[in-house]
Design a protein around this ligand. Structure first.
Ligand code: SAH
Length: 249
């Protein structure tokens, strides 16, 4: 499997286009999320601009636990990076979306880089790495989760932590009797494909992984990371803290 280290072309960056539009005009057209597995949905663009007053408790917990030099991976419109910067935290925001990065710069985030997490030019040494709003998504599929965790672990300073959230999607497949309508011989139920459209800007389809906590912690252990659940949300979602395993003296 080759790992993508590219950034998006602006004409293939619907979420970035929506973010920049919302920032400059105060409103946005419909950002449509398509999937082969679900009906078309609409992503409320203002949600990407949420402030600490409207962030879910899991994210507030992550911000509260953030310390030291911080990397915000897939920072989007920069809501977490901005909140941290305002608290005096030294934070670098990265995203593959050039238009989102432009929006973050315009919002006053001092250290923004349009770079793929897997680009070897991205330097490490971070005390905290934030991966929020389903941070496991970047793995794409279950087969990419180990590689994602090893990559993020390699960017940590000694004693550093990764704060990552995800959800157990099994509820999507629950039938009325509480049973599960899951094909056990098929792919993992948290593997989703998406494609986004904003006006005439259509992105390429991409894979996005949601992973339940037991599977995340098993993958973390295999990647040499300690994993603990920090908080649980009210919709099968959770926040986990991953850190480099301490080697016993
Ligand atoms: N963290 C933000 C945005 C989440 S949306 C928030 O909570 O509001 C996920 C973001 O990850 C998108 O902006 C997308 O462009 C970015 N992204 C996806 N793959 C990436 C990669 N490999 N490297 C860096 N950013 C990535």
């Amino acid at each position: 499997m080759t790992i993508d280290t590219q950034t998006l072309a602006p004409k293939r960056d619907p979420m970035g286009a929506a973010i920049l539009d919302y920032l400059t005009t105060g409103r946005a057209k419909t950002l449509t999320v398509m999937s082969s597995m679900f009906d078309d949905d609409e992503m409320p663009v203002d949600y990407l601009f949420r402030t600490t007053d409207s962030m879910p408790p899991l994210e507030l917990k992550a911000l509260e636990m953030t310390r030291g030099t911080t990397l915000d991976v897939g920072a989007g419109a920069g809501c977490h990076a901005l909140a941290l910067q305002q608290r005096g935290v030294s934070v670098k925001a990265i995203d593959v979306s050039p238009l989102s990065c432009e929006a973050m710069r315009r919002r006053g985030i001092a250290d923004v880089e349009c770079i793929n997490l897997f680009d070897p030019r991205l330097g490490g040494g971070f005390d905290t790495i934030l991966m929020l709003m389903n941070g496991t998504g970047i793995a794409g599929k279950m087969s990419g989760l180990g590689g994602l965790l090893r990559r993020v672990a390699s960017l940590l300073a000694l004693g550093g932590q990764i704060l990552i959230d995800s959800s157990d999607l099994s509820y999507v497949y629950q039938d009325e009797d509480g049973g599960m309508d899951i094909d056990l011989s098929g792919k993992y139920y948290g593997e989703v494909d998406y494609q986004m459209r904003y006006g005439r800007v259509e992105g390429l389809p991409f894979d996005w992984l949601y992973v339940d906590y037991p599977l995340l912690s098993a993958a973390a252990r295999e990647a040499g990371l300690d994993c603990r659940i920090v908080a649980e949300g009210d919709h099968y979602d959770y926040l986990a803290q991953l850190s480099l395993e301490r080697t016993n003296p």
